[in-house]
Design a protein around this ligand. Structure first.
Ligand code: SAM
Length: 246
């Protein structure tokens, strides 16, 4: 079976059991591990009739491909990745959309951290282009600490076209770019909003950048020129949260 079908780590396995138990096929727990943190996970597994086997650390290391499994690994059906149509359906029933666009993030640690930020900030969905982006891999799931199971991820075929259609629906698109003259803290981030972040190396692609209504920068006080994309995502999302709650 593909490694993509393994989820590991306490938060990730707990989240999949809580939010989509039907995806869990079977589970392995570290031999001799019997502690309070595991109790609710085993209880949920029992409730959903998931078979749990005890396994050695070596076996778990292999099943998780050397990932930080914390003594628990689950074989799962792949998470549902949503498409353009499902994005339109979600937007129709969302009064004031708050979205995150990731333009070609390829590092699973970054996507996982962005999903975790997105969940914490209460975004309604994360939009990524179908090509040149990392999918929902086990590492994404582990780093997201459960957020990969609950934050809707929309993979769209043509990001620039999707951005145009968001604008037609009255959603303002703010792009984060280090060289922008307008600082994040000067921008208005209330109302229907999508925040677009660029990829690790290249930043926002030209078409995506041109599809934004405004570009904003996070002021950098030191000598480095940019932040890691997941850190920048957190900064932008939580400035929006601050303004939206004020
Ligand atoms: C590692 S940066 C990419 C750096 C790339 N060399 C560039 O020119 O954009 C990844 C993404 O994080 C966001 N980002 C990082 N630092 C930022 C800053 N100071 N202001 C605004 N966005 C930033 C941007 O969306 C950027 O595309």
């Amino acid at each position: 079976m593909k490694k993509q079908d393994m989820t590991f780590g306490l938060h990730a396995v707990e989240a999949v059991l809580k939010n989509s138990p039907e995806r869990v096929i079977e589970m392995w727990v570290l031999q001799g591990r019997d502690d309070a943190r595991l109790t609710p996970i085993l209880a949920m597994a029992a409730e959903w009739g998931v078979s749990v086997q005890y396994a050695s650390r070596k076996a778990l290391d292999e099943k998780s491909d050397g990932g930080q499994h914390q003594g628990v690994v689950a074989k799962v059906k792949p998470a549902k990745i949503l498409s353009d149509n499902e994005l339109s359906a979600m937007l129709e029933k969302t009064e004031v959309p708050f979205l995150l666009i990731l333009d070609g993030v390829t590092d699973p640690h970054n996507l996982g951290a962005c999903l975790r930020n997105a969940d914490a900030a209460g975004v309604h969905g994360v939009i990524v282009p179908k090509d040149n982006s990392v999918g929902l891999t086990p590492v994404v799931s582990k780093v997201a600490c459960g957020a990969a199971e609950v934050v809707p991820l929309y993979q769209v075929t043509n990001l620039a076209r999707t951005m145009r259609s968001l604008q037609e629906k009255g959603i303002w698109i703010i792009g984060a770019a280090g060289e922008a003259d307008c600082e994040l803290y000067q921008a208005s981030l209330t109302g229907p909003l999508a925040i677009a972040m660029g990829a690790e190396g290249k930043g926002l692609r030209r078409l995506s950048r041109e599809s934004c209504d405004t570009l904003v920068s996070i002021p950098m006080a030191g000598s480095v020129s940019s932040l890691n994309v997941s850190v920048a995502t957190g900064v932008c999302l939580f400035e929006a949260v601050r303004q939206r709650l004020a």
